[in-house]
Design a protein around this ligand. Structure first.
Ligand code: NA7
Length: 546
């Protein structure tokens, strides 16, 4: 379908589209955005590819999928009633519980009546003369909306490895993010897992005890730290609920919205003994403390980073009995915390089991997937099940999958060929009336906290447009250029931006994604919000409004 480019005749009325807003995706951001816009009296439709709500928590049903952020800090904060009525059973809830929670939210706020499931959006085209977006679904049906809101998630386009023969395997095979809804029986099975990121780690530690034999194919080891999950008892539950206002306030103040705050001290400002004791304390604590609550300089100072890396390496050596396997599990090409930290529960001990084997595919590369299993440069393995924990075409991948065209038919994919360009991570010049939730260049961190802010900001803009009769809002080229430069400048000096990972836009399985880009906002969440608030306070004068 071609976009219409003629300008509207001056003074001509803009025809009303089918909806005020169309939201793509019914995950955490799409659900909350729907709720907020309906509160404003807008006509909204959500299109969702899956058969239910939940996004990430709908798709990622692999064994052991769970939060790495404390459950209570991860839920929605906008409804006091919801906070009071929902009891999280564990400090880090598993995927089934999280999905139940999101379904509860959908029921409570009667969201489903405006969500159309099994509806994959394949194209979104801006039509200038009607000032609206035409959205096309996979079945060919089309809908028009004044505003297009993408709620498609930074980690929602799974990628299979580009290895010859992937389709030839005769056993069962699954990508972790496309896990079947029915349970998979591992009893006595010969299972392979390819990939050792956060997902691979959770999968491996969960299935090792129930499979017949497990072979882990590792390309790059990741630094992992203990999750220390636990049940929440009644007393703790009451304490958590009473402490919600304080906890959410704290999340607003921290760098990345986690409940953990960096220690104000530098790594070298304490004695060796004090430092070691502090690392020990963090290693024994729940969650991301060792990553987000560590000395303030571990993610920017190479020498500081080397010390925490050395500490965790020693832990791995203590926990893994075979010294050669331990060495294979210790990352050599990046420092602790410079990739997203997988949290684990007896992950390293898995490699002490007789039924588990680690294959380092940097030494013996996978040559192909065969009908029977996997062939490496030195062996042929036979498997009943292959699990691909090979990650996502992150951040921009879910945009690339939609034929998304703005003014003059320009394609977003082409525009972002050398990396995303945005204003506040929410808008792009040339793509009027398109608002992105958790798009590139926004503060990710503890994502639901960022989602709530992002959604509220977008809601504010749409309310303003409605009140003032605006039918076209667009970022300016200079606004986009200066925000993009700002985001790039913020990334300088962050060790994580010098490492290949999904956070720097690298995916070996996707053509054209082998060069690092700055896709993430790496400043502080409070600074991000302050900048967005400034735009609001100036009544959006930094945008082109009409
Ligand atoms: P990640 O963190 O991107 O991990 C993917 C893993 O798969 C990683 O170990 C990759 O090795 C490995 N991989 C990818 N392609 C291949 C091929 N072709 N051959 C061998 N190994 C491969 O994805 P996750 O799903 O674990 O986590 C993503 C985020 O979701 C996570 O950070 C949380 O925020 C939630 P590599 O490191 O590229 O050498």
């Amino acid at each position: 379908m071609a976009a219409t480019h003629e300008a509207r005749a001056p003074g001509a009325a803009v025809p009303a589209p089918d909806f005020d807003a169309i939201i793509i995706g019914a995950g955490m951001s799409g659900m909350y955005q729907l709720h907020r816009l309906r509160q404003q009296g807008l006509r909204v439709r959500v299109f969702e590819a899956g058969t239910g709500v939940g996004g990430t928590w709908y798709w990622n049903r692999y064994p052991g999928a769970r939060f790495d952020s404390e459950s209570y800090s991860y839920g929605y904060s906008f409804s006091q009633e919801l906070l009071e009525e929902w009891d999280w059973s564990e400090h880090f809830a598993g995927q089934p519980e999280t999905l139940r929670y999101l379904n509860h939210v959908a029921d409570k706020f009667d969201l489903r009546r405006d969500i159309q499931f099994r509806s994959l959006v394949t194209a979104a085209i801006w039509v200038e003369d009607t000032r609206s977006w035409t959205i096309t679904l996979q079945d060919g049906s089309q809908f028009r909306a004044r505003f297009l809101i993408t709620a498609i998630g930074p980690l929602s386009a799974p990628t299979l490895p580009r290895i010859e023969g992937v389709d030839s395997f005769k056993g069962q095979s699954f990508h972790t993010a496309r896990w079947p809804h029915e349970p998979v029986d591992f009893t006595g099975k010969r299972v392979a897992v390819i990939g050792t990121g956060a997902t691979g780690v959770q999968t491996i530690q969960t299935i090792a005890g129930s499979v017949g034999h497990l072979t882990v194919f590792q390309r790059t080891p990741n630094w992992c730290a203990p999750l220390h999950n636990g049940k929440i008892d009644a007393e703790t539950q009451s304490r958590i609920k009473a402490g919600y206002p304080e906890m959410f306030r704290r999340c607003q103040e921290t760098f990345a919205c986690f409940i953990h705050t960096p220690d104000p001290r530098g790594t070298f400002e304490v004695s060796d003994d004090e430092r070691e004791a502090f690392f020990e304390k963090l290693y024994a604590e729940r969650g991301f403390g060792i990553w987000q609550g560590n000395f303030r300089d571990i993610l920017i100072d190479r020498k500081a980073n080397a010390l925490i890396s050395d500490f965790v390496a020693r832990k791995i050596r203590q926990r893994v009995k075979d010294p050669q396997i331990a060495e294979k599990l210790i990352p050599g090409n990046h420092g602790f915390g410079t990739r997203r930290l997988p949290l684990e529960t007896f992950y390293y001990e898995v490699y002490n089991r007789d039924n588990v084997e680690l294959v380092d595919i940097t030494e013996t590369p996978i040559e192909r997937i065969t009908p029977e299993g996997i062939k490496t440069s030195d062996r042929e393995f036979e498997f009943d099940i292959i699990i691909y924990a090979t990650g996502f075409d992150a951040i921009t991948g879910s945009f690339d999958k939609i034929d998304l065209r703005g003014a003059n038919g320009a394609r977003l994919k082409d525009r972002w060929k050398s990396g995303p360009e945005t204003f506040l991570g929410v808008m792009v010049d040339g793509f009027p009336n398109m608002l992105m939730l958790m798009g590139p260049h926004t503060a990710l961190g503890n994502i639901p906290r960022s989602i709530e802010y992002n959604v509220d900001w977008v809601t504010g803009l749409l309310s303003y447009a409605r009140e003032t009769g605006l039918t076209r809002v667009e970022a300016t080229p200079s606004g986009v250029a200066s925000w993009t430069d700002h985001v790039k400048a913020l990334g300088v000096g962050m060790l994580s931006n010098e490492v290949n990972s999904w956070m720097t836009g690298i995916n070996s399985n996707v053509e054209g994604k082998q060069t690092r880009i700055v896709a993430r906002y790496s400043g502080s969440a409070p600074a991000y919000r302050a900048r967005c608030d400034e735009v609001t306070a100036q009544r959006y004068q930094e945008l082109a409004l009409a």
